[in-house]
Design a protein around this ligand. Structure first.
Ligand code: NAD
Length: 461
């Protein structure tokens, strides 16, 4: 792929953006509607493609790739008029008679790069924000979920003129060639390692970025109340999409006296959800690629599986696996698991659990199961993570009014709902000065005593 390969495409989009066509709220709403219609037309193709890529169960495909996007689109279409309205601001005394406002303006041409694990959601959800904010966009789905990538291309091509929204399929070479272009905004979702490459490439222009990255999201279990329900919620959040979820609980920290009972309940939940042989279950996905299977198998090896632990490389199946007696120094605790393997560790005091979490990189999500208000308050105040969910797993992502994003190595910036609009919006300050009078004391030569200027500065507050 030669440098500048996408120059023509980007120039077309820039030219289109400069016509101002994308600015009206009616236009943005119409485009959101077009995206909705195209997705609806290709619903069946999406479900088939994600099944083809990694046997994603139909209900999981609909809820996490399609239904969630309709919710996103409808929310944006309903609110975009309000979001896009300029906001007048109150003047300090010194700016009396000026008119000042903050105007939400689109950045221009945005680039959205997405991963394979929720291949449709993680591409279309940011796109909804880019469209609502009035940008043109180039979207780059993951080559690893190849069937879905092709369906995404069809959805985009059916809905939009490429001068407005275009889809570029391909892998590392294509992404690098895109990154050579001077985009006005980049939203990247994927691993922290590639996130660094994206940021480096963006620095050349420089282009502002949102990075939605990964990491090890802990799940602390501190309360004996409703332990069976706790187990179900953890097992569901972990094995949904076969654990290939950025916010899946990566590992469990269970209070020592609760751990054994929790394991019993988790085993029961796995049986309840996927039957005696999860391989036969139509509700359990496969691993995306042979490389990922090998990586996950190497994490299980040498560990004690309390549940599962079996795999079949041929069909890229790894059983829902729960590991007991895991050492914090083990390989499975050294990297993001990103698959259906759940180590369970124990701790003695909540202080130990908090320390365990805070001495590691700040995660994308933190889960805490407990009902004691003081303990919850401690978790809120003493830990840091992209998001915090008490008494459940992964559902925070579905809340339209909660920004979603990481912190530190788990990412920067956020999106979803209004936050998506904000991400793709430049908040431009516009000030209209009065000509009624001219404060000449600001001009040199500065003829007033110094104390006078000190007093004048108070009028800026
Ligand atoms: P991936 O391999 O599909 O890569 C993501 C994108 O980056 C793809 O479009 C790919 O073409 C591109 N890419 C890959 N290597 C590149 C390179 N060297 N240069 C330029 N572009 C490159 O997905 P992945 O990275 O395996 O995704 C899994 C990771 O993503 C996990 O760490 C997971 O936690 C994280 N993730 C985060 C979120 C979030 O919302 N924060 C969501 C999903 C996944």
């Amino acid at each position: 792929m030669k440098t500048g390969a996408y120059g023509d495409l980007i120039n077309r989009q820039r030219k289109y953006f400069r016509t101002g066509a994308t600015l009206s709220v009616d236009y943005r709403r119409a485009q959101l509607k077009a995206l909705r219609a195209s997705l609806m037309k290709h619903e069946g193709d999406v479900i088939d493609a994600v099944y083809g890529d990694f046997k994603k169960p139909k209900v999981e495909a609909y809820t996490s790739e399609i239904g969630i996007i309709y919710a996103d689109i409808d929310n944006a279409a309903r609110n975009v008029k309000r979001w896009a309205r300029p906001r007048p601001v109150v003047n300090p005394p010194v700016h009396i008679y000026t008119k000042s406002e903050v105007r939400p303006e689109p950045y221009g041409t945005a680039l959205i790069i997405s991963p394979w694990n929720y291949p449709v959601q993680l591409l279309l959800s940011p796109l909804v924000g880019a469209i609502a904010a009035g940008n043109t966009a180039v979207v780059k789905p993951s080559e690893i979920s190849a069937r879905t990538s092709s369906v995404i291309n069809t959805i985009i091509t059916d809905a939009f003129d490429p001068a407005y929204v275009a889809c570029v399929e391909g892998g590392v070479d294509e992404t690098r060639a895109l990154l050579d272009e001077p985009f006005d905004y980049i939203l990247y979702t994927g691993s922290t390692a590639v996130g660094r490459i994206i940021m480096e490439a963006a620095a050349k222009h420089p282009t502002p970025v949102t990075l939605e990255l990964g990491g090890k999201s802990p799940c602390i279990v501190e309360d004996e109340a409703k332990l069976a329900q706790t187990a179900r919620r953890i097992v569901w959040g972990k094995f949904f999409n076969a654990g290939q979820t950025c916010i899946a609980p990566d590992y469990v920290l269970a209070r020592r006296d609760l751990k054994d009972e929790l394991l019993v309940h988790m085993e029961a939940a796995v049986g309840e959800f996927y039957g005696d042989d999860p391989k036969q279950s139509p509700h359990y996905a496969r691993i995306i690629s042979d490389r990922h299977v090998d990586r996950l198998v190497s994490l299980i090896e040498g560990e004690r599986a309390a549940v599962g632990g079996v795999f079949d490389k041929q069909s890229r199946y790894i059983a829902p696996t729960i590991l007991d007696d895991v050492s914090p120094e083990s390989k499975v605790m050294a990297e993001e698991i990103f698959g259906p393997v759940l180590p369970v560790l124990s701790y003695d005091t909540l202080t130990d659990a908090v320390e365990f979490v805070t001495e590691r990189p700040r995660p994308l999500a933190l889960y805490f199961f407990g009902t004691d208000k003081q303990k919850i308050e401690r978790i809120v105040r003493e830990t840091s993570s992209g998001g915090l969910l008490i008494n459940d797993t992964i559902i925070q992502i579905t809340h339209p009014r909660l920004p979603f994003g990481g912190v530190g190595p788990s990412g920067m910036g956020a999106y979803h709902g209004k936050a998506s609009f904000d991400t793709f919006t430049h908040y431009r300050s516009v000030m209209r000065q009065t000509n009624l009078f001219d404060l000449t004391l600001r001009y040199p030569p500065y003829r007033f005593p110094f104390w006078f200027y000190r007093q004048v500065m108070k009028l800026f507050r």
